[in-house]
Design a protein around this ligand. Structure first.
Ligand code: FES
Length: 136
């Protein structure tokens, strides 16, 4: 079955993989996404790091909770670090590495992204039938 596509600024986009517009992401604002159907969609979030964008599975390596207990809030107030709202773990935006908290030394699971036509997409290399890490 083919997935819906759209041509934007000369780029053909797989609409199933679109997360958000690049302009929606600011240094202080992350964006959650859920892609894929059924009982086990891929749940993650994207953050802006300078001119780049990084994506991670929304699962803390400490106790496996979603990071945004406060829905949609993934960052410290100054936007410098990723914050897990459950027990306060702090992660680097660039690498997902935990720099403080109960899972210091561990890392978030990254997801590959593509930027095309001004949109942030889940990369074609990410298999939606077998995402990198399923989230309960
Ligand atoms: S679940 Fe994230 S710090 Fe405990």
């Amino acid at each position: 079955m083919s997935t819906p596509t759209a041509k934007v600024h000369g780029e053909l986009l797989d609409l199933e993989r679109v997360i958000c517009r690049l302009t929606e992401l600011t240094p202080e604002r992350a964006r959650a996404f859920t892609i894929g159907g059924g009982d086990w969609p891929l749940r993650g979030f994207v953050v802006r790091v300078g001119e780049r964008v990084r994506g991670y599975i929304n699962r803390c390596p400490h106790a496996g909770h979603a990071l945004d207990l406060l829905h949609g809030r993934f960052l410290t107030p100054d936007g410098a670090l990723i914050l897990c709202s459950s027990h306060g773990a702090l992660f680097e935006k660039e690498s997902g590495y935990c720099v403080a908290g109960p899972c210091a030394g561990h890392s978030l699971t990254g997801v590959e992204l593509e930027i095309r036509g001004g949109f942030v997409l889940l990369a074609e290399s990410v298999d939606l039938e077998a995402p990198p890490e399923r989230v309960l």
